[in-house]
Write a protein that binds this ligand. Structure first.
Ligand code: EPU
Length: 417
């Protein structure tokens, strides 16, 4: 097990550069196999989720050349294969191969995807899309076999704006015959990034970033060069850190518009933040006001920042209420925040935080990726030493986090026990 040891309450000064978006990269990589030609991705985050996707590609004989921050993917010698549980259970995004293999071979056999244990994460909306385009789906013991003689465009309305189903729909419809209209689509910037890459490859996708996406199927796609957008969740996490312990902490290489919901809430709390064209500069102070948040799909407040935000709310004056509408099990971090001195009560999808409360170092356990980030922020704010167990979760989604934090003055050490 990997653990982090952190000495808290040290002011952080300097600049943290943000890497490429995890949730963009994990959709772009499976989509590159829609062509036989090479695709080069840059600004690829150095995280273990990318390692897991590369393992899946290599299992299918796709050639990968990985240098720092770039990935060249060459599927010219690719072979279709049944994707085993040991490869797919490492991450949620493995199910984007359902769409890309179906589009490429009209046949895919793949096990149920993994992903953080933050609530039930069904894939019914993706299967609905595949069926609407003419595929048949067989499910046996978590093995999905999906086949189609022909994929034919259709009009589909998602039951909810699912990110995963929107990604899968765009990928599969790109190689279907005719036009697909996807209503109630997710509007996340990562969806726009996917559409932009596919359009560079020769796809005909319009409306990405709105609730209605139109995809005109094409027969052939080419390779391309694509630079991945900055990770708004990584950026948001470090901005929250700056509000807690920053002294002129600059978070750079970001797209501030992607963070509007977070920045609005921070302004409402009275945080000291200067927003510039591609960076924000943050200073901590101890006069923050409690606020309420409700998680929603983009452009609403992102569920992926809810847990780190709760850490900040422990330092705000008054009563804050957090309504987690996307996942029913995304408050596991609060158990450990309370152990560190917070006053949080959870009832179903609501957390009530009374603050401010001084945090102190403790031994705590990360239960999922963003819970790990929440505990890390608490540890960096707390007096004394915190040990966070299970930090493999953190390394799945935050690139070079130890280096980035050490460079701005954090006392943090990664150990293997
Ligand atoms: N849902 C269904 N049926 C479906 C799909 C989704 O009921 O077929 C429900 C889910 O149970 C959930 C809601 O719809 O309650 C939203 O799920 P969505 O499909 O949008 O989420 P996802 O694609 O599984 C992605 C990110 C998550 C992020 C969510 C919401 C990736 C790889 N994952 O998950 O990221 O929380 O969108 O924005 O892009 C993370 O990075 O920590 C993370 C969990």
């Amino acid at each position: 097990m990997k653990i982090l040891e952190i000495e808290g309450n040290v002011p952080l000064i300097g600049t943290i550069g943000i890497g490429g978006a995890k949730n963009s990269a994990v959709a772009l990589i499976p989509a590159t196999i829609l062509t036989n030609n090479k695709t080069t991705l840059t600004n690829v985050p150095e995280i273990t989720d990318i390692d897991a996707l590369c393992d899946i590609l290599e299992y299918m004989n796709v050639s990968i050349t990985r240098a720092s921050g770039s990935l060249v993917i060459d599927p010219s010698k690719m072979e279709n294969a049944v994707l085993p549980d040991s490869l797919t259970n490492k991450l949620r995004a493995s199910y984007y191969f359902m769409a890309s293999l179906l589009a490429r071979y009209k046949h895919v056999a793949i096990h149920f995807p993994g992903g953080c244990n933050i609530g039930s994460r069904p894939i019914d909306q993706t299967l609905k899309v595949f069926r609407a385009l003419g595929a048949s789906v067989k499910e046996e013991e978590f093995l999905f076999t999906i086949s189609a003689e022909e994929l034919i465009g259709n009009e589909i309305t998602l039951d909810m704006p699912s990110v995963g189903a929107t990604v899968n729909a765009i990928i599969v419809a790109t190689k279907a015959k005719g036009t697909t209209i996807l209503n109630n689509a997710a509007r996340e910037p990562e969806i726009v990034d996917l559409a932009n890459m596919l359009n560079k490859m020769g796809a005909k996708i319009t409306g990405a970033g709105t609730s209605t996406v139109k995809i005109i199927g094409v027969d052939n796609l080419d390779g391309c060069f694509h630079n991945i957008i900055p990770d708004r969740i990584e950026a948001g996490t470090y901005i929250l850190l700056g509000v807690l312990v920053g002294t002129y902490l600059c978070i750079e290489n970001i797209i501030p518009e992607h963070l509007t919901a977070l920045l609005d809430k921070l302004h409402e709390m009275g945080a000291d933040i200067e927003v510039n064209q591609d960076n924000v500069v943050v200073n901590a102070h101890d006069n923050l006001t409690a606020v309420d948040i409700k998680t929603q799909g983009y452009p609403g407040f992102p569920t992926d920042l809810q847990q780190p935000f709760v850490t900040l709310l422990t330092q705000a004056r008054g009563k804050s209420e957090v309504n987690e509408t996307i996942y029913e099990n995304r408050f596991m971090n609060t158990i450990y925040l309370n152990k560190m001195g917070a006053n949080i009560s959870v009832k179903e999808r609501f957390a009530t935080i009374l603050g401010p409360n001084k945090l102190h170092g403790e031994e705590v356990v990360a239960t999922d990726l963003r819970a790990a980030a929440s505990l890390l922020l608490a540890a960096l704010k707390a007096d004394g030493k915190t040990v966070i167990k299970n930090v493999e979760y953190l390394l799945r989604g935050y690139e070079e986090i130890i280096e980035k934090l050490s460079n701005v003055g954090a006392k943090i050490e990664l150990k293997e026990i």
